[in-house]
Ligand binder design. Structure first.
Ligand code: GLA
Length: 396
């Protein structure tokens, strides 16, 4: 797809619900698509490194998505094009070898669905998205969930959204090889517009909590620090390992089963770093529940206070922050009209999430983004996000 075409595509789709993806499909595959499946990225408001400890998280899906136009084929070939990269892939459903990059997510989903015994057929797929990549906004969950939705829908398979999320996670864990928890795929599949999604990662039950922020003109502002998350994957696995060790030494199935008081009383059983990891998870779980209460009460300031506390705990106890993220949060805390700020996602770079009054967005830019650039030389990027709905499949 020529670059100029892509530019036109985005200019039009940002305002008119992507009318050209089906046209581009028809142009590329020589026949119209059956449907478009669209799934969002997410930003986590609070509850970090708690999902794989069977705890609580509170993400929102954002209005940045991956869309997949699709039509079934008569054979078992999956033929995929990325509109954004101008790249292709092809694989047969009966033999799906791993491959690096964006293709691995598509293949992984087909693989996970096949392993799960789902009825599949070959399909032509055209993929395009605007979720910022490598920033910790779950572009990978968005492509996985959208592809799963598309592959199911082209054969008329009505999979519950929860199952789509689980299959997408399986693709990421067992095919792509990233040991993530369930938060991102659940947020991408199950969110509701204008709501945050409280997930109990043990029972996998969810509650949609209305976001009072928009009524109070408080915006969700994501700031990409532009620090690449290079060490992220190794450090993420190490943290999971430390959490398992803490649970074992505390004699519980997972850190979900302890609160701060229990961790404190049993401190002498744990090496110092492992103790602090456990203290973070226990305190963060309590904060998520308290933050959910603040949301129900419509109290952005109380919510924001917990965001700052969450950041402090991630920085000092869980040790997944970095000087740049700390600086962004510190600058935000001194900026006018900011209720709260914290790092979001796995950490080690990536983004912060900020609650900013709508009339303070310009001063936020001056007091946070510009000062950050002066101090670090890095051009942080700001995304004002709306709380969007999860996976949507539309017949064309
Ligand atoms: C990554 C993972 C999530 C979660 C967060 C940390 O984003 O994909 O499952 O563990 O890190 O909260």
């Amino acid at each position: 797809m020529p670059a100029s075409f892509r530019a036109i595509y985005w200019a039009r789709t940002m305002t008119a619900d992507r009318p050209c993806l089906p046209e581009a499909f028809t142009e590329g595959f020589g026949r119209p698509p059956q449907l478009v499946a669209e799934a969002p990225g997410r930003v986590n408001l609070i509850g970090e490194h708690t999902d794989y400890n069977e705890g609580f998280v509170l993400p929102v899906a954002i209005d940045r998505t991956v869309a997949v136009a699709a039509a079934a084929r008569d054979d078992s070939l999956v033929s995929v094009r990325s509109l954004d990269y101008g790249e292709d892939d092809e694989f047969w459903l009966d033999e799906i070898p791993p491959i690096p990059g964006w293709r691995g997510y598509v293949r992984g989903v087909a693989w996970a669905m096949r392993e799960d015994g789902q009825r599949l057929r070959g399909a032509d797929l055209l993929v395009s998205g605007d979720v910022p990549q490598g920033a910790g906004l779950s572009s990978s969950a968005a492509i996985e969930v959208a592809v799963a939705g598309a592959l199911a829908a082209v054969v008329g398979l009505e999979l519950p959204r929860r199952q789509i999320a689980r299959l997408a996670r399986r693709a990421e864990n067992d095919f792509v090889g990233v040991p993530c928890g369930i938060m991102d795929q659940f947020a991408s599949a199950l969110s509701r517009a204008g709501h945050a999604l409280l997930i109990d990662c043990r029972s996998e039950t969810v509650e949609h909590i209305p976001l009072p922020f928009e009524r109070d003109a408080v915006e969700i502002v994501v700031v990409d620090s532009k620090v690449p998350r290079r060490l992220g994957e190794t450090a993420y696995s190490v943290r999971q390992q430390e959490c398992r060790e803490a649970a074992k030494l505390l004699g519980v199935a997972s850190l979900r089963d302890v609160d701060g008081a229990i961790v404190g009383r049993r401190r002498d059983r744990l090496p110092d770093a492992v103790y602090r990891r456990a203290r973070h998870v226990a305190s963060e779980n309590a904060r998520v529940l308290a933050a959910a209460d603040a949301l129900r009460d419509g109290d952005a300031d109380r919510f924001g206070t917990m965001m700052y506390e969450s950041h402090g705990s991630l920085r000092d106890d869980f040790e997944v922050s970095c000087p740049e993220l700390d600086l962004l949060v510190e600058l935000a805390s001194k900026s006018d009209g900011v209720a709260g700020a914290r790092l979001t996602g796995a950490g080690f770079g990536g983004c912060t999430v900020n609650l900013v009054r709508g009339d303070s967005i310009d001063s936020f830019r001056a007091q946070v983004i510009e000062k950050y650039q002066k101090k670090t030389g890095l051009g942080a990027e700001m995304h004002v996000c709306r709380a969007a709905g999860g996976l949507k499949v539309t017949d064309v």
